[in-house]
Design a protein around this ligand. Structure first.
Ligand code: AMP
Length: 397
């Protein structure tokens, strides 16, 4: 397998699969958060500095049938230009004559951005002929789209076979994989996983896999109430998946068998309705009165979770502890973020899963106080569920 550090890019056109699926302002169509573009800069700059040229390939939103202006990557061209610090050419179609001509005329140090690959349904179908057309535009292939690595799409997976030797992962993908592997395969113990968020059903697979590798699993957020109800608790109107009660009991039993400690929030901040200005109170998480719902973990829960975290050497966090988007229910998530930061300062390795956990850590200004914040929500989750990421396998095969 080639490595981006040692590959000779001189005079080569590098087809770089990035994840430029950034949010746009609905009115002005300006990029509102350029984090994903910035994350790809080390790879882009390295190739350009080594005398290569870069052809950027990305998906953008979920267009239904063919091209749609609101999903055109042309909207982000000027932002890419500003961040890369060079002129960025744009091809209005990711395959065909224009893309061919523009890629052929690339000179060392130049950049070409191709139109949204998802304007072709062949992309999500993983169509081989489409992948071959994309592949014909470059001399080598670099996959730096960790956020899309769990999808077996043409531009993330099938395309790699057209570059039997000239394929590699980019710097972002490399660091994402290094930090995920460090936790999955080489976790220093005690290893604590924090799993939160709304639903048990979304997190069953990850919790089941974590039972094989973690020492402690902290369960918070909406999903904790299904665990409490399964054990006979009164949870009022809190989130609950009745069809998952049995699953929760099975998880608790397996944890006991494997010697993994499950920690549920002892108390909760409860509300009389799902609203930022609801009346609130604090009570035991298994004695929530009718008409009330648990929307955050309570202060006793924070204290017990903090003790577990401060004694940990490896921490993985996926999913918030409560409805952190509302100030009245952000304390649990914020306090857990503070405890993770404190553990990290004391020498623990902490990996924050993408999606809502990354958003929470960012909201509280703590992104630089943890070891690694992943850019890939779904991809990281699938990786920790024990699945093979097709985009990674295609490079490593
Ligand atoms: P997920 O995408 O499954 O990680 O879930 C994240 C969402 O779960 C966030 O939008 C939170 O507001 C929500 N959430 C967390 N705790 C609760 C709770 N106790 N009740 C309702 N929603 C919650």
């Amino acid at each position: 397998m080639n490595s981006i550090d040692t590959y000779n890019f001189q005079g080569k056109r590098a087809l770089v699969r990035v994840d430029f699926n950034v949010p746009l302002d609905k009115q002005t169509m300006a990029v509102t958060d350029d984090k994903r573009i910035r994350a790809a800069l080390p790879t882009i700059q390295h190739i350009l500095n080594q005398g290569g040229s870069v052809i950027l390939l990305s998906h953008f939103g979920r267009p239904k049938e063919g091209p749609e202006d609101k999903f055109s990557l042309n909207h982000i061209r000027s932002t890419v230009e500003k961040l890369v610090g060079r002129t960025v050419e744009f091809a209005g179609d990711c395959i065909g004559a224009e893309a061919q001509e523009k890629s052929k005329s690339l000179t060392s140090g130049s950049v070409l951005l191709l139109e949204n690959v998802r304007f072709y349904s062949e992309e999500t179908k993983g169509d081989l002929a489409f992948a071959e057309k994309l592949a014909s535009l470059g001399d080598c292939y670099v996959n730096d789209a960790f956020g899309a690595a769990h999808r077996a799409h043409a531009s993330t997976t099938q395309i790699a076979q057209f570059f039997p030797t000239d394929k590699m992962v980019g710097f972002l993908m490399k660091s994402e994989l290094e930090s995920a592997r460090k936790v999955l395969n080489n976790a220093e113990r005690p290893f604590t996983a924090i799993v939160g968020g709304a639903k048990v059903s979304d997190k069953v697979l990850i919790v089941e896999n974590l039972l094989n590798i973690a020492d402690h699993i902290i369960i918070g957020g909406g999903m904790s109430y299904t665990f409490y109800k399964a054990q006979g608790g009164q949870i009022g109107q809190s989130l609950c998946e009745d069809e998952r009660l049995e699953t929760c009991l099975e998880i608790m039993a397996k944890a006991k068998e494997k010697g993994v400690q499950i920690h549920l929030p002892i108390d909760s901040t409860i509300a009389d309705r799902f609203a930022a200005d609801a009346a609130t109170d604090v009570c035991s998480s298994k004695e929530i009165p009718d008409g009330w719902m648990g929307l955050d973990i309570g202060t006793q829960a924070v204290a017990t979770f903090r003790d577990v975290l401060l004694a940990s050497k490896t921490i993985l966090w996926n999913g918030p502890m409560g409805v952190f988007e509302m100030e009245a229910f952000e304390n649990g998530t914020k306090s857990v973020a503070l405890a993770v930061a404190e553990a990290t300062r004391n020498g623990a390795f902490s990996l924050i899963g993408g999606g809502d956990s990354a958003a929470a850590v960012q909201k509280f200004g703590m992104s630089d106080q943890v070891s690694y914040v992943s850019t890939g929500g779904g991809a990281l989750l699938e990786y920790f569920e024990g699945k093979v990421l097709p985009g990674v396998q295609a490079i490593e095969d």
